[in-house]
Design a protein. Structure first.
Length: 265
């Protein structure tokens, strides 16, 4: 019995390890098209109850574009455009306060809609995009016999959300999803749209009711990874090593046959 040489197997394993695998985290390349929007829901928002101020926010290429509002809808009431950098995204800055005199005795609210659209323009690359939803709640309070402030931000149909309630009758709620991240995998030619809602509800019903709070949800692109498929052609040096290993393996398999034929003579 002859021991099998290990050199060819080692060379083959080394050659396979050296085959290039192209996977990298990167800023946007020409293979990824990304854009987003943020809108103030003028039709459903209350703009005359209490004190309401803030701004819509759209960040592109690291530069922030905003539209401010103060007890009324912003102008323009929607911002949109393309993204180019990690950290680009859309959101809203909101500050609220009121009492039974300034906030009518009923449920009031300020609402917004936002979203990001992604497209893979490549014929071969698989692009993975990680989105991050930060709800960013400030100081929240409700006091008196009957007052409340409810702040929610979430992605539609996706278990990524943030929630804070202050309610003098029903108690407080502090709740967030297990992770603020959401991953989208785009095969060649794929597109995807992710949308969400911002909701701020408030009310004061008793003579001593007060509420106040700050809220700044923001949906951004946290990471972009591009992986080529199929893999790139191996470099010449790697190919030479691979062929050498295969040749040694073939020679090893033929040698016992030659020796067996010689023994029979």
């Amino acid at each position: 019995m002859h021991a099998r040489p290990v050199l060819p197997a080692l060379l083959l394993g080394l050659a396979l390890l050296l085959l290039p695998m192209h996977s990298q985290a990167a800023l946007f390349s020409s293979d990824l098209s990304a854009s987003g929007f943020i809108s103030f829901d003028t039709a459903n928002s209350t703009t005359t109850a209490g004190s309401q101020s803030g701004e819509l926010q759209h960040q592109s290429g690291g530069a922030l574009n905003s539209a401010a509002f103060n007890n009324g809808p912003p102008s323009p009431d929607s911002l949109n455009g393309s993204f180019s950098d990690i950290g680009d995204g859309v959101g809203m800055l909101l500050s609220l306060a009121g009492d039974v005199q300034s906030a009518a005795q009923g449920n009031q609210g300020v609402f917004g809609d936002f979203g990001i659209s992604l497209s893979n323009l490549s014929a071969t690359a698989i692009i993975t995009v990680t989105l991050q939803l930060n709800s960013n709640f400030g100081l929240l309070s409700a006091s008196g016999q009957d007052a409340y402030l409810q702040l929610d931000t979430f992605l539609d149909g996706i278990d990524v959300y943030g929630r804070r309630w202050r309610d003098t009758l029903n108690g407080d709620v502090n709740e967030d999803s297990a992770s603020a991240l959401y991953t989208v995998v785009l095969n060649p030619g794929d597109s995807a749209s992710i949308s969400g809602n911002i909701e701020a509800r408030f009310g004061a019903f008793s003579s001593d009711g007060l509420y106040s709070g700050q809220f700044s949800p923001f949906l951004s692109i946290a990471e972009v990874t591009v992986r080529d498929d199929p893999p790139e052609v191996p470099e010449p040096g790697t190919l030479a090593l691979l062929f050498s290993a295969l040749g040694l393996l073939l020679w090893q398999r033929r040698t016992p046959s030659l020796r067996s034929a010689h023994d029979k003579e």
